[in-house]
Design a protein around this ligand. Structure first.
Ligand code: SIN
Ligand code: MN
Length: 258
């Protein structure tokens, strides 16, 4: 049913990664270079005194980024799998613990476990959808294959959190720490409009780096970055035509139990 996955070598970040990033940049027709390179070239060349030397983005150790990992056809296949799942497990609005303040993303899950949050019980995983009370849709084989190719983790992911961002949505800096197993990485796939993704260290309020995640990109937090603070600063509307109504979908694959 799904397309074979591209064979890409595991790239450590540094110069080679930046080079790969430039080479493999989002092939989406609306994803233009000026936007794509925004995070790589100095925002203001006048200040750097140069227009042609890239400002190296050193990603923290353990943060891996595969730009354009999924081609357009694979993105469409994955999107159709998500659309099918959402029919069974509709998007819901998560609420912050205690305050009940709604988050700006809507979400759902696939797999045996799903991440949810509400005012009464806070952040947690559960095996059923909070509104329908039924099990989450199964993890598609395509996602299992991607996990096997990229994660270096022999145990399969148990949760795929699906976040849907409209143009104004964002996500505050946080750690993914509701899992029992921090040895397994968190693997993210992006579909639709670009976003500004920020990642820092394991202390809140520390230095962060920001870079774009485009449709088809894969990104992983592993090892020393497994508990890195990260978030989505903004969406860049109208940068992809994958989703007819615009917006961004992010999938995060995780192991939940030890
Ligand atoms: C998340 O941290 O749950 C989502 C990150 C993203 O949307 O890229
Ligand atoms: Mn997260």
């Amino acid at each position: 049913m799904h397309q074979p996955l591209p064979k890409r070598s595991f790239v450590r970040h540094g110069f080679l990664a930046i080079y790969k990033r430039l080479q493999n940049r989002c092939k989406d027709s609306k994803c233009r270079n000026s936007r794509v390179f925004g995070a790589i070239f100095p925002a203001n060349p006048a200040l750097s005194g140069s227009t042609d030397v890239p400002a190296m983005i050193e990603l923290p150790q353990g943060v891996h980024h595969w730009p354009g990992y999924l081609d357009h056809q694979q993105q469409k296949v994955l999107l159709s799998l998500i659309r099918e799942a959402v029919k069974q497990a509709p998007l819901f609005t998560p609420r912050m613990p205690r305050t009940g303040k709604p988050m700006s993303v809507r979400m759902t899950n696939l797999g045996s476990h799903g991440w949810v949050t509400d005012r009464e019980s806070g952040y947690r995983y559960q095996t059923t959808h909070p509104q329908t009370g039924t099990s989450w849709p199964p993890m598609p084989e395509m996602l299992l294959n991607i996990w096997n190719e990229l994660s270096n983790c022999s145990r399969p992911p148990q949760a795929c959190l699906v976040n849907f961002y409209e143009a104004e949505a964002k996500m505050g800096m946080h750690q993914d720490r509701d899992e029992e197993d921090f040895d397994a990485p968190v693997l993210s796939l992006s579909l639709g409009d670009d976003c500004l993704f920020r990642v820092g260290g394991t202390q809140r309020g520390g230095k962060t780096v920001g870079f774009r995640l485009c449709s088809g990109d894969a990104m992983m937090l592993t090892g020393p970055a497994r508990l890195a603070f990260h978030g989505v600063g903004r969406i860049y509307p109208d940068t992809s035509d994958l989703l007819k109504q615009g917006g961004r979908i992010n999938l995060t694959l995780r192991r939940v139990t030890a």
